[in-house]
Design a protein. Structure first.
Length: 133
């Protein structure tokens, strides 16, 4: 005896536009040359925040965070001290710019270690790797 089973699926596929139809957020990060001051390198980070149509995003909260896990991988398992930030959470100015400085131990920086910094606005994240070499 042979049994056949038939089934059908009914429904609709609905496409949803990402970011609720708004232009996507873009973060561009620039870093300054390191400045040595009393055993610590200070590196300024400038985050420019705009959307995909080029509009600047003023009064947006930008967070600067150390990515310990990725730094550990890039440093082949070498643990580095967690760097500090002058300000970890900054609002963008009228030009969509947020600025903070990261402070990294002189010895660890001179050793060529990598320090990965995540810069984010909401769920949009830009990672920047800082190293002497």
């Amino acid at each position: 005896s042979k049994t056949e089973i038939f089934s059908s699926v009914n429904g609709k596929f609905i496409a949803t536009v990402p970011n609720e139809g708004l232009p996507q957020t873009i973060i561009l990060v620039k870093s300054s040359d390191p400045v040595l001051d009393t055993g610590v390198y200070k590196i300024e980070l400038e985050a420019e925040v705009k959307n995909s149509v080029g509009e600047k995003l003023p009064a947006s909260t930008v967070e600067f965070n150390f990515d310990e896990e990725t730094s550990l991988v890039l440093n082949s398992g070498t643990v580095v001290s967690v760097p500090t930030f002058d300000i970890a959470e900054v609002s963008t100015d009228d030009d969509g710019i947020a600025v903070s400085s990261v402070n990294i131990d002189e010895t660890e920086f001179d050793a060529g270690n990598f320090f990965v910094i995540n810069v984010n606005i909401g769920t949009v994240v830009k990672s920047v790797s800082i190293s002497k070499f």
